[in-house]
Design a protein around this ligand. Structure first.
Ligand code: S3P
Length: 170
């Protein structure tokens, strides 16, 4: 996808809890544009929660639904777009992001544990959150960096500060 009138103005990627939807909402407000996120698009289209899709149909099926959601969002949304934390795992999804103003909201392990919590309701962090987080980030960090035009560290920053840094970074 190329940047243009029908492309999102800002695309946010990063792990769960990095503040994509909060920061995305603030950015949308600042720019006077709508916010959209692919997790919500998938839930609306499927009529079931993401955790149910994972349990009933598996992660691979979810990633395919997510790729389709990203494809239609990048083609038909001119505002701020937030992606699910694992969207970048899919090669097809990564290629849809090429040329777009993608910002990676990064977060260190301790901040993640503080924000997402230890008894996380997130299916990927159920057993040993700190260790699982490290493994998740080792597998994903280079993919976030690959798709991103800019990286904004969120550690110790408020959503307002992060939004400001995103605008400065682009
Ligand atoms: C996932 C992150 C979630 C959601 C799904 C899988 C992941 O999105 O897409 O539970 O693999 O990291 P958020 O990053 O919005 O929580």
């Amino acid at each position: 996808a190329a940047e243009g009138v029908h492309a999102p103005r800002i695309v946010l990627v990063g792990p769960m809890g990095s503040g994509k939807s909060t920061v995305g909402g603030l950015l949308a407000e600042r720019l006077g544009l709508p916010y959209r996120d692919t997790d919500a698009d998938i839930v609306a289209a499927e009529g079931r929660e993401i955790s149910d899709i994972f349990v009933e149909d598996g992660e691979e099926h979810f990633r395919a639904l997510e790729r389709a959601a990203v494809r239609s969002a990048v083609a038909g949304h001119e505002g701020v777009l937030g992606l699910g934390g694992g969207a970048i795992l899919d090669e097809g999804t990564r290629s849809l992001l090429r040329g777009l103003p993608v910002v990676y909201l990064s977060m260190d392990v301790e901040e993640a544990v503080r924000r997402v919590g230890l008894g996380a309701a997130r299916p990927l962090l159920a057993v040993n959150p700190r260790k699982q987080w490290r493994e998740l980030m080792e597998a994903r960090r280079h993919l976030y960096e690959e798709v991103a035009r800019a990286v904004v560290a969120t550690d110790g920053r408020t959503p307002e500060e992060v939004a400001e840094a995103v605008l400065d970074a682009l």
